[in-house]
Design a protein around this ligand. Structure first.
Ligand code: SF4
Length: 346
């Protein structure tokens, strides 16, 4: 029987009406769905390692890795396979179950594809789930990545189609959608979301959720980022996103895509505990764990543990295994800050 909560024909008006509900009514609705499809007291832990940092030719106005802006990023070449395998092994040894790799590329060249395929194969052979974020992909590249064992591909839409033109001029919204389609067609799981704080209006946030929720299949993972203002980028002086607006977007994502993981991503360290708790209540059930996200700070692991303890929220089954040493039954050091060059918006 068709699940009426899962739909792909959201209108802007429907979403706007939800967004404009009194705050408590909106959260009640989103939490009800959250409870129906997920354990409200469990969250998923996500991690990301940069395999190639900086020097990106794109002009995303929020990004410290664009070659067009004078930021503190140290350019790095693609890491050698041996380093990636070592880090993946270390991560696995410490209990990680998924290994994500990100590169600051506009699109995947054939020579880089060859390298990434080796990385995915090797990481997969360690018994880890694999995830990559590498820029635009063709259909055949997506298929080739699937064939070597890729599980997830991250590619954010960032904002509404209308506002996107002000944020990035070196590629189009349609380019993004095409890549998402190639990923989906290849049978790889989709991770796609946006960033709040780019100077967009609430209508752009609502339209972003509409586009994601009206994809034929909802993305398995929907990261919602809060702009991390990096000195040297054009958005360094942007206004802060209103906390309640941010929580409303989380709630809207939960209602529009009830089964997806909604990830509280970059910018979490700028949110106090109460705001994070409200985001979890509104429907967020995934976070990045790790002390740094590229050049910006993330919430510390100790702080995260303390917060999750206070809220009595557990990490999901796989991640619980990461946290607890089977012999001693004590919390282990979590290996998720794989290096300090994580890409912030994923
Ligand atoms: S967000 Fe991605 S594509 Fe845009 S400049 Fe940064 S690394 Fe490049």
């Amino acid at each position: 029987m068709k699940d009426l909560n899962i739909k792909n024909d959201w209108t802007v008006l429907e979403l706007q009406n939800l967004y404009d509900l009194p705050f408590n009514d909106l959260l009640w609705k989103s939490h009800e769905l959250h409870r129906k499809y997920h354990n409200p007291n469990e969250i998923q832990i996500s991690t990301l390692m940069s395999i190639k940092t900086g020097g990106c030719p794109e002009d995303c106005k929020y990004c410290s890795q664009s070659i067009r802006y004078d930021t503190d990023i140290n350019l790095e070449k693609t890491l050698p396979l041996i380093d990636i395998i070592k880090q993946a092994k270390d991560a696995k040894e410490s209990g990680a179950t998924r290994f994500c790799m990100g590169a600051a590329w506009r699109n995947l060249t054939q020579s880089n594809l060859k390298k990434v395929k080796e990385m995915v194969k090797e990481v997969k052979s360690l018994g880890l789930e694999t995830c990559v974020t590498l820029g635009m992909l063709s259909d055949t590249q997506a298929q080739e990545l699937k064939e070597v064992g890729l599980d997830y591909y991250n590619h954010n839409l960032d904002t509404s189609e209308e506002y996107y033109k002000k944020v990035v001029t070196t590629r189009t919204y349609q380019d993004r959608l095409d890549t998402l389609q190639h990923v989906r067609d290849a049978g790889v799981k989709v991770c796609s979301g946006g960033i709040l704080g780019l100077g967009e209006g609430n209508i752009d946030r609502i339209k972003l959720i509409q586009v994601l929720a009206n994809l034929n299949d909802h993305p398995e993972s929907v990261p919602i980022n809060r702009l991390v203002k990096v000195e040297g980028t054009p958005y360094f002086d942007n206004f802060e996103v209103d906390e309640f607006d941010f929580i409303r977007v989380i709630a809207l994502a939960r209602i529009a895509m009830p089964k997806s993981y909604v990830r509280l991503s970059a910018g979490r360290d700028t949110m106090n505990e109460q705001m994070q708790a409200l985001c979890f209540f509104a429907g967020a059930n995934s976070i990045f764990y790790g002390e740094e996200l590229l050049t910006t700070k993330n919430s510390t692991i100790a702080h995260d543990r303390e917060l999750l303890k206070k809220l009595k929220i557990n990490t999901m089954r796989d991640s619980t295994d990461v946290d607890v040493d089977k012999k001693t039954k004590k919390l282990k050091d979590i290996p998720v800050s794989i290096n300090n060059t994580q890409k912030p918006y994923a």
